[in-house]
Ligand binder design. Structure first.
Ligand code: PRP
Ligand code: ADE
Length: 178
């Protein structure tokens, strides 16, 4: 059941105080990837959720770097294209960029212009929603390229940081921490 999958995944996430800077309680999702069965049940659960709620999705967009641990596997399971959003200077060809701020820093994010067609329905996938800064900028980037954001989907949501309130599209999360 999804409840059992979620409880199992939550128990694998480790909390690290003062990482990467003082005052941040870092939620480390990497231990999930040491357990293949946890990974397969997680991807099955997320793909099933998308199939039920967003059957009209055209592509999965994933965010550098931890979104790349989820996005391609979800896209493969749905047999849809995967499109990366990367930190500046990593993607060749014509790109569009946007500034972005997050809980412990800021970035410039880029997306290849060749990836998205006008009117494409995308779901943006990442590991975790904190302040929502990364996700709001990613939504703007997709929209600037002519895409339509059906939803932002994360495994983990940090509720206290209220990232969800910044976003003007549906937000799906499976595991929450205060
Ligand atoms: C992390 C995380 C999200 C973002 C969330 O990325 O993977 O993308 O922060 O924070 P926010 O909601 O406050 O914007 P980060 O760039 O730190 O690391 P990564 O390169 O390991 O994915
Ligand atoms: N990205 C932004 N804030 C984070 C946190 N507290 N834990 C893990 N990843 C994060």
């Amino acid at each position: 059941t999804p409840e059992k999958t979620i409880a199992g995944l939550k128990s694998l996430i480790e909390a690290v105080q003062d990482f990467p800077i003082k005052g941040v309680l870092f939620r480390d999702i990497m231990p999930i990837f040491r357990v293949p069965l946890a990974v397969s049940s997680m991807i099955d659960m997320i793909a099933a959720y998308i199939e039920v709620h967003y059957a009209d999705v055209d592509a999965i967009v994933g965010l550098d770097a931890r979104g790349f641990l989820f996005g391609p596997m979800i896209a493969l399971s749905l047999e849809k294209p995967f499109l990366p959003i990367r930190k500046k200077g990593k993607l060749p060809g014509k790109c569009i960029s946007i500034e972005s701020s997050k809980e412990y820093g800021s970035d410039i994010l880029e997306m290849q212009c060749s990836g998205i067609s006008e009117g494409y329905n995308v779901i943006i996938v990442d590991d975790l929603l904190a302040t929502g800064g990364t996700m709001i900028s990613s939504c703007a980037l997709v929209r600037k390229s002519g895409g339509n954001v059906l939803a932002c989907l994360v495994l983990v949501e940090l509720l206290d940081l209220k990232g969800r309130e910044k976003l003007d599209c549906p937000v799906c999360s499976f595991i929450t921490f205060e």
